[in-house]
Unconditional design. Structure first.
Length: 466
């Protein structure tokens, strides 16, 4: 059955030039995502060897570092979109001005973020109210070291945006490969051989990111199609960057905060439920990594077409991207529905966890295709500079997970499954809503939208025969 579905889809998806170009852009980005995931898993394995206290320390401090990633989006998303617009319009001088303005912006933001973390590290770690003094001490120490390297992290993210906007995603992949590989090699040396514990993990990360940044600087001098214009920021460009980037950053920060609240709700069902949710998110990362890479490729491609005023190409980009995302979403849906126990048993041996995980994956399976639609539609809006549209939809309906979780989890017989349903339902709503908003946007500008969402009657009829 699955083979027939895939064969029918493949016959419909003979990639157009648009699809092939998207895939060429997306594959290095996906590779970088895979590298980052591999690093996180390796880092957690080495830190985990120090005990659960070390994992708790790194996890609590890591939350604030992740907030930094979201905050950097104020500049990185704006730089990515505006440089893509400039390249599409063949305005290289403007692209250079956006680049130098973005560099100043990311530098200011990183110094501000670092200063805040270093000024009150005890207060930030104290937010989690951990009762173990040793864990608090390790977390605070890790946070101080990691925060000191935030400038490196922010600047790397800036260069990733600049190179990706030019379509040179392979350079970003190579920089990630060099830094991440070194980080993975240094982890056991710093943690165990030098006996630095969790601090060693932080030092290894800083060294890895330093090497990535050095690679980016040399690559920018040799391979970048744009050059910094001037030595100082252009205020009009800074304003444009922030206008595009702020909604995306607000969306990502809000998601992180909502995640904390949801974790506290899930904690009512005990540590097993928390573990199941964390493992479930890691399994879902399969979809996020692939469609996330495709999402960035769509943003870049749409941005260039928008800058070139070649608006008729935008629906074609959306159609090609959605077809590829559809395949990924369908595969994930089938895996979650058909082999949930197998997937969870890779991570945990306990029957209770596997049963709970089975429910999680089967409920989340319902929303996978809708989540893919949300991501691709959001990428189109990012490409045209309308980042506020997906941000508003995401913040509103992701926030609705909290009351949904309370009502379905505590006021119905669904219990913990009600919390999983709150996550799945919100993703469905976001995907459907963004699709229709995008459809309205295309119609407003007289852009052809026919045959974008439905593959063909033949394909649908083939599904009906299965």
């Amino acid at each position: 059955m699955i083979y027939r579905i895939l064969r029918n889809i493949k016959s419909q998806l003979s990639l157009s030039k648009v699809g092939k170009d998207l895939l060429t852009l997306a594959l290095p980005i996906i590779g970088a995502h895979l590298l980052h995931t591999a690093y996180n898993l390796t880092d957690m394995i080495w830190v985990g060897a120090l005990g659960s206290s070390a994992v708790a320390a790194v996890g609590s401090a890591g939350f604030f570092i992740n907030i930094g990633w979201a905050l950097a989006s104020v500049i990185t998303v704006g730089v990515n979109v505006k440089i893509a617009h400039s390249i599409g319009a063949k305005d290289w001088k403007s692209a250079g001005r956006f680049a130098i303005s973005g560099l100043w912006g990311i530098s200011f933001l990183s110094v501000l973020f670092t200063s805040v973390l270093l000024a009150w590290p005890d207060e930030f770690i104290g937010f989690f109210e951990m009762k173990d003094a040793h864990v608090n001490e390790m977390a605070t120490s890790y946070l101080i070291i990691a925060a000191s390297g935030s400038v490196l992290n922010f600047t790397n993210l800036f260069f990733i945006s600049v190179f990706n906007a030019q379509g040179k995603t392979k350079i970003s992949l190579k920089a990630s490969l060099v830094g991440t590989s070194l980080n993975i090699l240094l982890d056991p040396i710093f943690i165990f051989l030098l006996d630095l514990g969790v601090d060693g993990a932080a030092y290894a990360t800083i060294i890895g990111r330093s090497v990535s940044l050095i690679y980016f600087i040399f690559a920018f001098q040799r391979s970048s199609s744009i050059r910094f214009k001037g030595y100082f920021p252009h205020l009009d460009k800074v304003k444009s960057i922030i206008k595009v980037g702020f909604p995306a950053a607000f969306q990502r920060i809000s998601f992180s905060l909502i995640y904390i609240v949801m974790a506290r709700i899930i904690a009512e069902w005990g540590p097993t439920a928390i573990a199941v949710q964390k493992i479930g998110v890691q399994i879902e990362a399969f979809t996020f990594m692939i469609v996330g890479g495709l999402m960035q490729a769509v943003t870049i491609t749409v941005g260039k077409h928008f800058g070139a005023k070649d608006f008729d190409q935008i629906p074609k980009v959306f159609r090609a991207a959605w077809q590829m995302a559809f395949v990924v979403g369908l595969l994930t849906t089938l895996m979650f529905l058909l082999i949930p126990e197998t997937l969870f048993s890779i991570f945990v041996p306990e029957k209770e966890s596997i049963l709970m995980g089975k429910n999680y994956l089967q409920i989340l399976a319902i929303s996978q295709l809708f989540m893919c639609m949300e991501m691709i539609a959001a990428a189109v809006f990012h490409g045209v500079g309308k980042t506020s549209v997906p941000a508003i939809v995401s913040v509103i309906f992701t926030s609705m997970r909290i009351p949904f979780a309370y009502v379905l989890g505590f006021c119905t017989i669904l219990s913990l499954n009600g919390v999983w349903w709150s996550i799945s339902l919100s993703s469905i709503i976001k995907g459907v809503l963004l699709f229709f908003i995008l459809k309205a946007y295309f119609r407003k500008y007289n852009l052809r939208f026919e045959k974008v969402f439905v593959f063909s009657k033949k394909l649908l009829n083939n599904y009906g025969k299965l």
